[in-house]
Design a protein around this ligand. Structure first.
Ligand code: MG
Length: 259
C-alpha cells in the first residue's frame, strides 16, 4: 500500500472518530418531575410524564418513595397533600388527589405508562427514607425487583442521593445506569463505587470546573440539575454536558435545535 493510500485511510478514520465523538457529546434534555410547568400539570403525575414524552425529551425524571405497607409510589415531597407517605398505607394515600384528579401513581403504574413507548427514558429517583438507611436500601431492592418484573430495564436509569443505595442498585443489576446526586464525591470516587454517572447541582460544575471533563474521560455520564435559566442551559451545552435536567424542557429543546 502506498503512502497516499495510508494517509487517506488515516484521515477517514480521524473524521469518523470525530463524528462519533460529536454525536456522543450532544446534550440531551430530561424533564424534571415530568414536563409540568408550561401546562400547569401536577409534578410527577402521569399527565406530566406523557407531556415529556410528547415533547420528545430524552428522559422524564420522577421521585419514588416506599409507603408504610411497602408500595412504591411517585411523588416529590415526603408528604402527599399533607399525608406523610412513609407513615401512610397506599390505601390511605388514595384519599387525596392531584388537582387534575389523578391519584398518587404507584411506581408500577408509572413505569407501565412509560412502557407504552420507547423514545423517552424514565429517570427513576430513589428517595432517601426518613426512617433510616435500612428502609432506603429496602426501597432500592424493591425498585430493582419491580423494574425486572415489568421487563423495563431498558427504559429505566436510576439516580439517588444515598451513596450506598446507588452501590446496592449496581450490585443487584450490574447493567443498570446509576448516577449519584449529592455532589460530595469526585468523579473518580463515584466511578470507583460502580456508578455510571454523576448528576450534580449546576453550581458544583462552577466550583469544580474540572469535574465535567474528568468524569467523561473516565467513562461517566454527566447530568446536572435543576437547570432552568437560559444562560445556565447555554453554558452547559457549550461544555458538552451529557444531560440537562430542567423544569423548562421546552426552552432547553429549543436552544438545542437552535431556535
Ligand atoms: Mg427528583
Amino acid at each position: 500500500m502506498n503512502m497516499k493510500k495510508i494517509f487517506a485511510i488515516c484521515v477517514a478514520i480521524c473524521l469518523f472518530s470525530n463524528m462519533l465523538l460529536a454525536q456522543s457529546t450532544t446534550t440531551k434534555v430530561i424533564a424534571h418531575r415530568g414536563a409540568w410547568k408550561t401546562e400547569g400539570l401536577p409534578q410527577n403525575s402521569l399527565a406530566s410524564l406523557n407531556r415529556a414524552i410528547e415533547l420528545g425529551c430524552y428522559g422524564s425524571e420522577f421521585d419514588v418513595h416506599l409507603t408504610k405497607d411497602d408500595v412504591l409510589v411517585v411523588n416529590h415531597d415526603h408528604d402527599f397533600y399533607g399525608l406523610e407517605i412513609e407513615e401512610s398505607t397506599y390505601e390511605q394515600l388514595l384519599s387525596k388527589s392531584h388537582p387534575n384528579g389523578e391519584k398518587i401513581p404507584t411506581a408500577e403504574a408509572y413505569i407501565k405508562e412509560g412502557l407504552k413507548q420507547k423514545n423517552t427514558k424514565l429517570i427513576y429517583e430513589l428517595k432517601t427514607s426518613r426512617k433510616g438507611k435500612d428502609r432506603t436500601l429496602e426501597a432500592a431492592r424493591k425498585s430493582i425487583e419491580l423494574v425486572k418484573n415489568l421487563g423495563a430495564k431498558e427504559l429505566i436509569e436510576y439516580i439517588c442521593f444515598d451513596f450506598d443505595a446507588g452501590e446496592l442498585i449496581k450490585t443487584l443489576d450490574s447493567e443498570a445506569e446509576v448516577s449519584y446526586l449529592n455532589g460530595d464525591k469526585t468523579p473518580a470516587e463515584a466511578k470507583k463505587a460502580g456508578y455510571s454517572g454523576i448528576d450534580y447541582h449546576f453550581s458544583l460544575f462552577d466550583k469544580n470546573p474540572e469535574w465535567l471533563g474528568e468524569a467523561q474521560k473516565i467513562g461517566l455520564t454527566v447530568n446536572s440539575w435543576t437547570v432552568n435559566k437560559i444562560e445556565d442551559i447555554k453554558k452547559l451545552i457549550e461544555q458538552r454536558i451529557d444531560f440537562i435536567t430542567t423544569d423548562e424542557p421546552e426552552l432547553a429543546l429549543r436552544e438545542l435545535k437552535g431556535e
